[in-house]
Design a binder for this molecule. Structure first.
Ligand SMILES: Cc1cc2nc3c(=O)[nH]c(=O)nc-3n(C[C@H](O)[C@H](O)[C@H](O)COP(=O)(O)O)c2cc1C
Length: 179
């Protein structure tokens, strides 16, 4: 399916606004390609609605030593029960690699694991080259060379964010259409 035909939404949670700012940048870039997408705060999300989308982009920051941003907690039990076999999902996460290098973007890994039973197709995996960290739950199966979603670090590498977001958006559009 062509991206312009896709019913797409972005759901994010945030405590201090960074994850929403990244959501807005992703939306702008997709809009430039003529693609309109729905923006939702996860705090107001209706889980059943997830099944109506062809592509969902989830944005989640990591808080408190590997924890998830608190608005995601409500979904914890139900998320894995959904059937998302016809949905493609891309995840991005906000974190701080120097401040929390043992837990860098752990919440992205949490979300990836939660989505596994839904059979959603996860796109948008991202190389970990260029980041400095010790451990990350977002490196699946102990593969330290790749995160299971885009990592954005507004605390330590904000100057790289725009370029990373632009590249990742092109990647997910391409993967949405071809994988
Ligand atoms: C008290 C505190 C705990 C944090 N814990 C982590 C963490 O465990 N792992 C991580 O990668 N980032 C951690 N961070 C960094 C945040 O994820 C980062 O600042 C992010 O941009 C916040 O996103 P938000 O503004 O959307 O809430 C922490 C920040 C603070 C202030």
């Amino acid at each position: 399916m062509n991206i312009q035909q896709a019913n797409t939404a972005i759901f994010f949670g945030t405590d201090t606004g960074n994850t929403e700012e990244v959501a807005d940048k992703i939306i702008q870039l997709l809009n430039k390609q003529g693609h309109v997408i729905n923006k939702h705060n996860i705090a107001d999300a209706d889980l059943e609605e997830f099944m109506t989308y062809d592509l969902i982009i989830f944005g989640i920051p990591t808080w408190d030593f590997g924890g998830i941003q608190e608005d995601w907690e409500e979904l914890e039990d139900e998320l894995g029960l959904l059937n998302l076999e016809h949905t493609k999902i891309a995840i991005y996460g906000l974190g701080d690699q120097f401040g929390y290098g043992d837990y860098f973007i752990d919440a992205v890994g949490w979300l990836y694991e939660k989505l596994r039973p839904t059979q959603a197709k996860i796109i948008g995996k991202w190389p970990s080259e260029g980041y400095e960290f010790e451990e990350s739950r977002a490196c699946i199966d102990n593969n330290k060379s790749e995160f299971c979603g885009l990592a954005i670090d507004e605390d330590q590498q904000f100057e790289q964010s725009d370029q990373r977001i632009e590249k990742w958006v092109l990647q997910i559009v391409n993967e949405f259409e071809t994988l």
